[in-house]
Design a binder for this molecule. Structure first.
Ligand SMILES: Nc1ncnc2c1ncn2[C@@H]1O[C@H](COP(=O)(O)OP(=O)(O)OP(=O)(O)O)[C@@H](O)[C@H]1O
Ligand SMILES: CC(C)(CO)[C@@H](O)C(=O)[O-]
Ligand code: BAL
Length: 283
């Protein structure tokens, strides 16, 4: 049975058996989250504990972003988390996480957090890292699972844990997609049927880049292949960025002799909904 708790005190009172695995979410759970939770369950085993956090963190939303309309579906989340194997769902209120109001002291992603998502959403990563640090302290996991769909977020969390000696393993989970390629996202539910069709340009662009690489293309040609798909989508999407990124520091790859793993990432608005996606490409 899955236990739902709302307070730090209730969370603290939960049994602490075996390996402790945590999946952090903002709720509105879907199959991508279920995959993270199932992976955590497998890792924790029958003797361990899987904790899922559900918290829409105001600190990582900028003015004019979608904090107010972000979907909140706790009853359904509890069912999905339970079916996927969670032992505990921790769904605190804002006052429980920030009892003193907005924190004075926050974490910063530094240079790695200033490009791409960081440029489009100033302050987003500071708020994200701050709440992830707090939730790591509150849940005390041996291992925490995050999705590769939020690639820059995952890179920054790994860096925070390494730079600040958090005693936890960070595990990445590959992006779960619909059959037609669209990356699952809580925000997909805002897409009207015709917007959902247009949103396919994001994954198609990334796949075009990946296919170009499979045919031997160098970095600039990979990016061009993806760009062509986005250009063909025209005004159907409002492109924010397309980047071919070195994941070690989250800077743009600007040389043709790059070797190693790159991340081809895209962000765009479809109607009023902002979506992100990425694929890994090896050079
Ligand atoms: N399609 C997916 N595949 C794998 N992991 C995912 C997927 N979507 C989200 N996640 C991961 O689930 C965790 C919680 O993410 P979050 O609750 O923000 O969901 P989301 O679907 O990314 O929502 P949003 O619409 O806010 O982007 C993060 O680690 C995120 O990377
Ligand atoms: C990691 C996270 C739960 C922090 O609020 C959020 O950014 C998310 O859901 O990806
Ligand atoms: N999945 C990233 C959380 C956010 O968009 O704020």
């Amino acid at each position: 049975m899955t236990v739902l708790v709302h307070t730090k005190r209730e969370l603290e009172a939960q049994p602490k058996a075996g390996l402790r695995a945590v999946v952090m979410t903002m709720g509105a759970l879907h199959e991508g989250h279920a995959t993270l939770i199932r992976t955590a369950r497998e890792r924790a085993g029958a003797d361990g504990t899987v904790v899922v956090t559900v918290f829409v963190n105001p600190l990582q939303f900028g003015a004019g972003e979608d904090l107010d309309r972000y979907p909140r579906t706790l009853d359904a989340d509890l069912m999905l988390a339970s079916e996927a194997g969670a032992d505990v769902v921790f769904a605190p209120g804002v006052d429980e996480v920030y009892p003193g109001g907005e924190p004075q002291v926050r974490l910063s992603g530094g240079p790695m957090g200033t490009g791409y998502e960081g440029a489009s959403r100033p302050g987003h990563f500071d708020g994200m890292l701050t709440v992830v640090a707090k939730l790591l302290h509150l849940t005390g996991p041996d291992v925490a699972f995050f999705g590769e769909k939020d690639g820059q977020q995952l890179a920054l969390i790994r860096r925070m844990v390494a730079d600040l000696n958090f005693p936890v393993e960070i595990a990445g989970v590959p992006t779960v997609r619909e059959a037609d390629g669209l990356a699952l996202s809580s925000r997909n539910r805002f897409l009207a049927a015709e917007e959902r069709e247009r949103a396919l340009a994001l994954s198609r662009a990334l796949f075009a880049g990946r296919d170009a690489r499979a045919a031997g293309a160098a970095p600039s040609a990979v990016k061009k292949a993806a760009q062509a798909v986005l250009e063909a989508a025209g005004s159907g999407i409002a492109l924010d960025y397309l980047g071919l990124i070195d994941p070690s520091d989250f800077t743009e790859i600007d040389r043709e002799d790059f070797t190693g793993e790159a991340v081809l990432a895209v962000a765009a608005k479809v109607g009023s909904t902002r979506l992100i996606d990425n694929v890994r490409i090896r050079f």
